[in-house]
Structures are given as C-alpha cells and as structure tokens.
Design a protein around this ligand. Structure first.
Ligand code: ADP
Ligand code: MG
Length: 495
C-alpha cells in the first residue's frame, strides 16, 4: 500500500514567480575561502541551533521480513513545494520505469524493493514539473539509487548529448557512482563518462578530445569546470544536475564556489534544469544557504538525533599514550580474524604513514589511502579494498563520505575528526565516518581511540551530546575481554 505524501505549504518562500529565472536565486558570499585542511578533504561548516521545520512525517512503511533492513527509524520529514501530489512508491513497479531499468534493478542490482528514501524521493524526482529536491537521509540508506535512477529515467538515449550531470567531492565517489550507474543502466543503452583528474582510468573513460557525447557525466568539480570552459562539456541539453554529498559541495570550506559556478553556467543556457541535492548531513548553515540558492525545492530532512545508525554500536577507549592506540589496533582489532573489513581513520597523511608503518613492521597486511598519493595508487588501493583483497584500510577523510563497501563492519577513529582552525569537533565528518560501517542496515562497530591527556575526551563528549549518541566506554584499554564483549554487543562476534 502506498502512502500518500500530503502537501504542506511551501517552506521556502520565494516572492518571484520561478519560471524564467535560473536556479540561483541569491548570489551571496561566493567568498574565496582559503581551504584549510587536516588531510586532504576540506572540513565542513559550523553548526547552529536546529530550527523547526514546517513538515510532515511520512508514515513508517511496514518492515519487510527480508534479511536486510534499511536503517531503522528512518524518520524522514517531507516538505512539498507547490501542489503536485506525490505518492510514495512502495514497489519499483509504482515508478513507471522502463523494462530495461527494472531489469537493471532486479537482475543486476538484485534489489527487491525501494528503501524508504527511494520510495519517497523517486516520485518527487520523476514527476513533472521535476522540481528541485533537497534530500537528507541516513548513511547507507540508498541515496545513490535515488539520483542514479533519477538521471537514468530522465535521459533520452537517442540524443547523443550530455543530459545529466552528477558532481561528487572526491574521485573515489565519482568512480563509485559511475559503477552504480553503469550497472543499474546496463540494459538501457545509456552511456556515461567520468570527469575526474585524468591519467588513470583506462578503458572507456580514458581521456579523449572533442565534445562529450555520453548521456551522463559524473565527476569532480575541478575537472568538470575545466571541461565546461574548454567547451568539451556542452550544457544545452542538461536537464538534471545532481550533487552527491551536497552539504559539503555547498559549504564555504568545501566546494561552494565551484558548485555555484557550475549551477550558474547551466542556468544561463538551460533555465529549467532540475537540481538534486543529496546528503546524510545538512547543518543549519548549509541548509540556510541551500534554501536561498535553490528555488522552491521539495525537501526531505531527518532530525539530527535520529541520524545515528542503530545497527552500528559506538565505543570509546581512553589510551594513556599514543603508542597504546597502535597496540589496541594490533592486539584487539587485527587479531579478530575474519569478521569483515576495517577502516582506520586518521587525521593527516602523516599519521596515515605512521600507523601504516607501525602495523606493517609488525607483519600486518594493511594499505592506506590519502589525497597526497598519485591517482593510480589511490585507485589501485581502493579497488583492492573493494575487491576484498585487503582487509584493513587506513584512510584520511578522503573516504569519510559516501564510500560504500558492504563488508566494512568496523570503523576505528585513530584520531577524532576536528576542524583544522578551531579544534572543535567536526560533527558531520564523525557521522559520515561511522556510516562507513553498517551499510543498508548491516551490523557494525566503531572504536574511538582517545588520548587520555589531550582534549579528546571533550571532543568526544561534544559529539555524543550533539547527536544524542550512546558511546559506551571500554574501561581498560588493553582488556581483550572488553573488546570481545563490545563486539558481541554489536553483533559481530558470536556469544
Ligand atoms: P547512501 O545513502 O549512504 O548514499 P548507498 O546509495 O551507497 O547509500 O547505498 C548503500 C548500500 O545499500 C549499497 O551497497 C546499495 O547497493 C544498497 N542498496 C541501496 N538500495 C537498495 C535496495 N533498494 N535494496 C537493497 N540494497 C540496496
Ligand atoms: Mg551516498
């Protein structure tokens, strides 16, 4: 039974009638902020108080009895703009997709039914007048499918011109989204091209001259901007623009300037294009900015306290000294055997090197990834991990967002995520790191390794308060028993 998404008054008030104007309603603050960063991905904006949304709740769908459950309590609030009635799609059949796309979903992706965010957002994306959409939903809840299906269903395969564009903060995410699009669209004849810094990806995405004729382009902002200015990427037929990790793409210390420029350039030739903004996090600053930037969007939001994934248990360990952190990883984490894959997050590439070296010297097989590596190496390390050839990946925040590997069930924060300038917690990054485990409702655990003498305890406290999260303490840092019972509690070890 499909739920009807009721209409409520538009939240974003826009006085002008929106027909002819480009999407950019406001050209405030395209400041060129110096990008300060710990590792290689820029930090996010400061958070402010949550304001109440004039919103409605979509009724919880009945839980299916399939093995996988999407994140529980995905209490998504919808604010619908205009008077188009939307009916949420409890089955893919409700979406009027082509047989080729249905085959992609069932045969290639092996999906059974839409997740909640898919059920709610897909009708909004696909129903004329194709309003803009700002969509927040939990980590691992299937947002990629929302915008990939959105792009695939709106493209005309007979027209050899770029019609859909997806912008991502990192090459890893662009690669990953490309893989999903190519699999989902396998039977459609829709073509796609990757726009990331060149030199590495061979095969069909290898760099070539001349204008792009692929239907869909997925890439990172710098390369896309370059392609646009060299007229390699024609904008005349673009009808849908997607921002993955949209809050980061529109944060001042993220890619705001690039994103605005791309939106403006498209809007100039193509005023009626649709913008889709997806992320698990939208802090108030970014939310405000987006509201001023994208006109009359449909909106889906999740309350901050509801964002933590219940299926991922969080723990903290006070370590007396820095070396103890390595011991914890070595004695407690590396010795676990085959429970799944692990990502160890560090703050800088220097710490990545240090942790990598220490573990390698003890004979452990680990790899690491950060932004200061060559593209070839970066792609190789990530591919090996995705192919499960490696079990433990040490990473800076370059893969904190979006990285989807279902076998990752353990995340270790060797350093807590903090802002470069202020040392304040980086709440959004914390949430995204946690979300690398527990994909699509799977079980997972996070170990936060804190230094006893530093400001770590305070940072952890703030993070816990901010998300209302329950982060349990491992009382003695070197007690094997305690780690074991933590893992049992997380459902990763048998009783
Ligand atoms: P996020 O919301 O964090 O972007 P992803 O789109 O990366 O999440 O999806 C997380 C995982 O869930 C992926 O491995 C994806 O294949 C899987 N997934 C997405 N939608 C479905 C579905 N309807 N049924 C089963 N698995 C799904
Ligand atoms: Mg994602």
């Amino acid at each position: 039974m499909a739920d009807t998404v009721e209409k409520v008054p538009t939240v974003v008030e826009s006085s002008s009638s929106s027909v002819e104007a480009p999407v950019i309603a406001d050209k405030t603050e395209p400041t060129t902020t110096e990008k300060k960063k710990w590792g290689d991905v820029e930090d996010d904006d400061e958070e402010e108080a949550v304001s109440e949304l004039n919103s409605l709740t979509i009724k919880e769908e009945e839980k299916s009895d399939s093995v996988l459950e999407e994140p529980e309590d995905s209490n998504i609030k919808a604010v619908v703009s205009g008077d188009t009635p939307y009916t949420s799609a409890s089955r893919f059949e409700d979406l009027n997709l082509s047989p080729e796309l249905m085959k992609g979903l069932y045969v290639e992706m092996k999906f059974e039914k839409p997740s909640k965010i898919q059920a709610i957002s897909l009708p909004m994306i696909m129903t004329p007048p194709h309003k803009h959409l700002i969509a927040q939903a939990h980590n691992g809840s299937g947002k990629t499918t929302c915008f990939v299906l959105g792009m695939l269903s709106r493209v005309d395969p007979k027209l050899a011109e770029p019609q859909a564009l997806c912008i991502c903060p990192t090459r890893e995410l662009a690669n990953q989204n490309m893989d999903v699009l190519q699999r989902m669209g396998k039977f459609t004849g829709i073509t796609a091209e990757l726009a990331v810094p060149e030199s590495t990806r061979g095969g069909p995405s290898a760099p070539r001259r001349g204008p792009v004729t692929a239907h869909v382009v997925i890439g990172t902002p710098g390369t896309l901007k370059r392609w646009m200015s060299f007229k390699r990427l024609g904008l005349n037929h673009l009808k849908i623009l997607v921002f993955d990790e949209a809050d980061h793409m529109l944060a001042t210390d993220g890619f705001r300037d690039d994103s605005l420029k791309i939106m403006k350039d498209i809007g100039r030739v193509n005023p009626n294009f649709q913008v889709l903004l997806f992320s698990a996090t939208f802090n108030e600053t970014v939310k405000d900015f987006v509201a001023r930037t994208v006109k009359d969007p449909n909106q889906l939001f999740v309350k901050r306290e509801d964002l933590a994934l219940d299926s991922v248990k969080q723990f903290k360990v006070l370590c007396p000294k820095e070396e103890n952190k390595i011991e914890v990883i070595k004695d407690q984490i590396m010795e676990l055997g085959d429970i799944g894959q692990t990502i160890i997050f560090v703050r800088t590439r220097v710490s990545a090197g240090k942790v990598h070296k220490a573990l390698a010297e003890m004979g452990y097989d680990v790899t690491s990834v950060h932004g200061n590596m060559s593209e070839v190496d970066r792609d190789k390390i990530v591919k090996e991990f995705k192919d499960c050839l490696t079990q433990v990946l040490i990473a800076t925040d370059v893969i904190a967002r979006g990285f989807d590997q279902q076998r990752v069930n353990l995340v270790v924060n060797y350093n807590l995520p903090t802002k470069y300038e202020t040392g304040e917690p980086d709440y959004e990054v914390y949430l995204h790191r946690v979300g690398r485990a527990g994909r699509f409702g799977r079980k997972g655990a996070v170990f936060n390794l804190l230094l006893d003498d530093g400001g770590d305890k305070e940072v952890m406290d703030k993070i816990e308060k901010y998300f209302g999260a329950n982060v349990k303490e491992i009382k003695s840092w070197n007690s094997e028993e305690e780690y074991k019972s933590a893992l049992k509690e997380a459902g990763l070890l048998d009783e």
